[in-house]
Design a protein around this ligand. Structure first.
Ligand SMILES: [Mg+2]
Ligand SMILES: [Zn+2]
Length: 227
């Protein structure tokens, strides 16, 4: 069931037009923006490679995914505070012919298993398999989901009912921070040094430190004092 949901969401990202064309007509309730915003939950959007997991060169096997040190406890805290935890990952290796599209799902099952050891449950995993200069025709397109485009964050927020303005995007690259800015989230940059080309809401050396800072901010229950 969960797997189906995950695959369905991933397919939605890959082929939004097709998915929407097949969606049944729905009746939308008439509520104001403020009402809908109040009902939405905040999210922490997480880049995968180099942020949630150790950096690897186009990983294509489940065992290549290794959680970064210390991310379990702050992710669990954020989950308890009501944050949706959502992975948004560029996987251009698919378009480049370096990663089989069929390898993605087993890798993300592994990611869920690794986090489950810390009692952390991901609410969604979204990947972009595209790149305009790829070699696999099916995926070699300019898309709206490859970060820094905000497509995956918008898709997830719609699917899972997230308030982007109360959310965070955590990542180790310029494209992650830009995607967060374009989606209207706060942003946390992680890495050995700040990057000159972006100004994130906060910067920390490690992912664990960044997630701990976000959790500490929420623990004070004082949104006005949070960055
Ligand atoms: Mg990364
Ligand atoms: Zn894409």
């Amino acid at each position: 069931m969960c797997l189906y949901g995950e695959l369905k969401r991933e397919l939605t990202v890959m082929t939004p037009r097709q998915e929407h064309a097949q969606a049944p007509a729905t009746i939308r309730p008439t509520v104001s923006f403020q009402e809908t915003s109040a009902l939405r939950r905040p999210a922490v959007f997480l880049d995968r490679d180099g942020t949630l997991t150790e950096p690897r060169h186009y990983p294509s096997r489940p065992e290549e995914l290794v959680l970064r040190a210390g991310v379990g406890p702050p992710l669990l805290a954020l989950q308890h505070y009501g944050f949706a935890l959502i992975v948004v990952t560029n996987q251009s290796g698919v378009a480049r012919g370096l990663v089989d599209e069929a390898a993605i799902a087993p890798m993300h099952r592994r990611l869920r298993e690794l986090l489950a050891r810390h009692r952390v449950r991901l609410d969604g995993i979204y990947h972009c398999p595209h790149h305009p200069d790829g070699v696999v025709p099916q995926f070699s397109v300019a898309c709206s989901c490859r970060k820094p485009a905000p497509g995956m964050l918008h898709q997830a927020a719609g699917d899972l009912g997230c308030d982007l303005s109360a959310s965070w995007m955590v990542g180790d690259s310029v494209c992650d921070i830009d995607a967060g800015h374009r989606a209207g989230t706060r942003t946390a940059l992680v890495g050995p040094q700040p990057l000159a080309s972006v100004v994130p809401t906060l910067y920390r050396t490690t992912t664990a430190q960044a997630l701990t800072a976000i959790a500490a901010c929420e623990a004070r229950s004082s949104a006005a004092r949070c960055p």
